[in-house]
Design a protein around this ligand. Structure first.
Ligand SMILES: *[C@@H]1O[C@H](CO)[C@@H](O)[C@H](O)[C@H]1NC(C)=O
Ligand SMILES: *[C@@H]1O[C@H](CO)[C@@H](O)[C@H](O)[C@H]1NC(C)=O
Ligand SMILES: *[C@@H]1O[C@H](CO)[C@@H](O)[C@H](O)[C@H]1NC(C)=O
Length: 270
């Protein structure tokens, strides 16, 4: 059921920034609509920059499910307009098609202080781009990284793996070692996969290098031209069997445990 813009607006929170001490009055108000969430570090950094330039920034926050309708409603009925939006990039398609988004390529090319090539390539070339045009600036994003105990690798005279097969060999060989010297054998992998979002992240990363022989143009799960599923193949079987064995070396989360941003068993040395 489609909610009306008026109802949704009632559900929004508005935050107005306080001007910096050295500004007597705002140069101009800027307003933006942001999704209400945890990853707002980018927004608070942007807010500070705005304040230093004596702009005041008015931010309306809305819940994720309300945002798509709200954004497109503001474009079509003009009851409330924004200078910018802080959204998940999946919304870009509808917004570009509604003519709401200014292409940013020429601004980026003209702004040497931005250091655009320094942005992580995925954010710069994929999530910010629609139909060959940069349509948004990355403000916050997550990347996953593998980290390892340097002391354990040095003691076992191992180098960090550079393929998943090397990773498996090491995980298999090290599993059951006592990493924190408490007399109890430990698991060798500290992922939080069961019931945590890491499950899909880890599995995608096992599968991707096997199905994207030509890079991203090979497609992901579907052939980009024919939309034929790309899952019924040897790569998927290999990734599943790799994953299955890796899970047998992965420390199970205790019952009722929370998914954490940090890997507690790793931090605790086991
Ligand atoms: C106000 O002060 C901040 C912090 O010292 C500075 O970065 C900014 O440029 C100043 N703004 C103006 C308009 O003078
Ligand atoms: C992509 O951009 C081209 C022009 O550069 C335009 O003709 C085309 O309609 C656009 N396609 C979509 C799906 O927006
Ligand atoms: C990995 O090590 C843990 C801890 O010793 C053990 O419980 C588990 O059975 C081991 N996994 C395999 C597949 O041997």
């Amino acid at each position: 059921m489609r909610r009306t813009a008026a109802l949704v607006l009632l559900g929004m929170l508005t935050a107005r920034s306080v001007l910096a001490d050295n500004c007597t009055e705002p140069v101009a108000d800027s307003s933006c609509l942001a999704l209400l969430g945890k990853s707002l570090d980018g927004l608070s950094a942007l807010g500070k920059e705005y304040l230093n330039m004596c702009y005041s920034l008015i931010v309306d926050y809305a819940e994720i499910p309300d945002l798509p309708g709200l954004v497109l409603d503001t474009a079509s009925n003009g009851q409330r307009s924004y200078d910018g939006w802080i959204l998940d990039p999946v919304m870009t398609v509808d917004m570009v098609q509604a003519g709401m988004v200014e292409p940013l390529d020429t601004y980026i090319a003209a702004d040497a202080s931005l250091n655009w090539p320094d942005f992580i390539r995925y954010f710069r070339q994929v999530s910010s781009v629609y139909n060959g045009t940069v349509t948004g600036m990355p403000l916050a994003g997550k990347v996953s990284t593998l980290y390892y105990r340097k002391d354990v690798f040095a003691m076992a005279n191992l180098s960090p793996p550079s393929t998943w097969d090397e990773f498996l060999t090491i995980a298999r060989a090290m599993n059951g070692s006592d990493f924190n010297a408490d007399g109890v054998p430990d698991y060798s992998i500290c992922w939080q996969v069961i019931n945590c979002l890491e499950d899909t992240v880890v599995f995608s990363q096992l599968l991707t290098p096997m199905i994207q022989a030509l890079g991203t143009k090979s497609g992901w799960m579907f052939d980009p031209v024919s939309m034929t599923p790309l899952v019924n193949n040897e790569a998927m079987l290999k990734a599943l069997s790799l994953y299955k064995e890796l899970l047998s070396y992965t420390v199970p989360l205790p019952r009722g445990a929370q998914c954490m941003l940090a890997h507690m068993p790793f931090l605790q040395g086991s």
